[in-house]
Design a protein around this ligand. Structure first.
Ligand code: SF4
Ligand code: SF4
Length: 139
């Protein structure tokens, strides 16, 4: 490259608006059909486990604490999820959907990639390992 051309490029770049985006300070509108993290509505859930069974990535554990009382905990392994939405199609109760705006899923440690959902006390029981193995209907 000629020195004159280089000087011209440098000088015009100095006064041009940057083309890079100021992420994370400026966010683009996500696409309409974006598949972000999995959302679960426990109210409609029957604990059938179909979502976990059909997930090709073993990203869902559906832990049934008490079926009659509808006490379920979902462990969602975001780092395994392929965002394929198979679980959404498999759920006959319509309680799963892919978020269209929750897509910033990076974390600083591996533990943060497992999201526990359900009643807070039930989640605490699961985390404390107080759920008998035969009640944990994962996969
Ligand atoms: S979106 Fe696909 S990979 Fe992710 S939890 Fe659902 S079935 Fe599994
Ligand atoms: S498939 Fe639906 S109803 Fe069955 S355990 Fe999964 S979320 Fe609940």
């Amino acid at each position: 490259m000629k020195v004159g051309t280089m000087f011209h490029d440098v000088s015009t770049s100095l006064f041009r608006k940057p083309v890079t985006e100021k992420y994370p300070f400026e966010l683009r509108e996500p696409p309409e059909r974006l598949r972000g993290q999995l959302l679960w509505d426990p109210e409609k859930c029957t604990g059938c486990g179909l979502c976990a069974m059909d997930c090709p990535a073993n990203a869902i554990e559906m832990i049934v604490l008490d079926r009659k009382a509808k006490r379920y905990v979902m462990a969602y392994h975001v780092d395994r999820c392929l965002f394929c939405a198979q679980c959404v199609h498999s759920c006959r109760q319509g309680c799963l959907q892919m978020s269209t705006d929750e897509w910033e899923l990076a974390a600083l440690n591996k533990e943060s990639y497992t999201l526990y959902r359900g009643d807070r006390q039930d989640v605490e029981l699961v985390l404390a390992g107080k759920v008998p193995a035969d009640l944990a209907a994962s996969q």
